[in-house]
Write a protein that binds this ligand. Structure first.
Ligand code: MYR
Length: 276
């Protein structure tokens, strides 16, 4: 039984790493005016520069792209595990599932990460490791569900209007009136983005996230990722502080790429962690 691992571009796994691990990546799209791009074609730094001048839009991959990939994978695999960004914020997973029902000769199992970015990537990388060891889709999905119990992520944005414009902020009535002055801490609940706590400054929000990590670190081996939207220096500084507080955690730095950056805006910052 050979299992292929698929994810979408919002896991932001570097192309070389995806190739090395045998992970197949299906890109979401970003549109500026009438020009559409697979987000994997875009340089993230240039994207943020362009997005200052013109507001982009995003879309899920066409179903046909998943169908073609699944049919190609069926030549050498019996099963596929496809790991996607939260189904509450994108139709990507629904499209992948539909394609899985259409593709012949392979059994496609979709997994709702209920998150996005490098934290979604944790699942894809774990799944690839398990598939490499010969585990079947059922076993991989069970391991991913177990990982989900330990996975947490919080993030903040510079300007809430990006999330509001894209319709990806739920429970925002709690913020009305103070929308522009505060830096609410956000997280996912039931697959949707909701405010976690109202916090006034970026530094306080980062300290609050660090407090949450400290509650978990030391319990079991954890991996964590600092995620930034064109704020590399600040991310590196924060990572160094977090490493001092939680020396046993394996930290990386990752980024909010073009699709997620469209909805969060430049300057967003987050932290996610899960058991290794
Ligand atoms: C689409 O057009 O289908 C893509 C929609 C993507 C919405 C992204 C909303 C922000 C997600 C934040 C993820 C933070 C993870 C730590």
């Amino acid at each position: 039984m050979k299992t292929a691992i698929v994810t979408d571009s919002t896991a932001y796994i570097p192309q070389q790493q995806a190739n090395d691990k045998g992970i197949h990546v299906v890109p979401l799209q970003v549109t500026f005016g009438t020009e559409s791009y697979a987000e994997t074609e875009l340089d993230t730094g240039e994207f943020y520069g362009k997005a200052r001048e013109e507001l982009p839009k995003t879309s899920q991959p066409p179903v046909g792209e998943f169908v073609s990939l699944y049919e190609k994978l069926s030549e050498q695999h019996d099963e596929v595990v496809a790991i996607h960004l939260s189904s509450g914020i994108s139709g990507t997973m629904a499209g992948s599932k539909q394609a899985g029902e259409m593709a012949e000769g392979v059994s496609v199992h979709v997994f709702d990460s209920e998150i996005a970015c490098a934290v979604q990537g944790f699942y894809a990388l774990k799944a690839a490791e398990l598939a490499e060891q010969g585990m079947d889709a059922k076993g991989i999905l069970a391991e991913l569900e177990e990982m989900k119990q330990t996975l947490r992520a919080y993030f903040m944005v510079e300007d809430l209007r990006h999330l509001q414009r894209g319709g990806r902020l739920s429970g925002a009535q709690a913020l009305v009136g103070s929308m522009l002055q505060i830096k609410p801490l956000l997280h996912f609940q039931d697959k949707l983005i909701v405010p976690y706590e109202k916090i006034r400054t970026r530094k306080k929000a980062m300290n609050r996230i660090a407090e949450e990590l400290k509650k978990d670190c030391g319990k079991e081996p954890l991996q964590a990722t600092v995620i930034h939207a064109n704020r590399l220096e600040e991310a590196e500084k924060w990572k160094a502080e977090l490493e001092l507080a939680c020396p046993d955690v394996e930290f990386t730095i990752s980024h909010f790429g073009p699709v997620i950056g469209t909805h969060l805006g430049e300057g967003a910052m987050g932290l996610g962690w899960a058991k290794k």
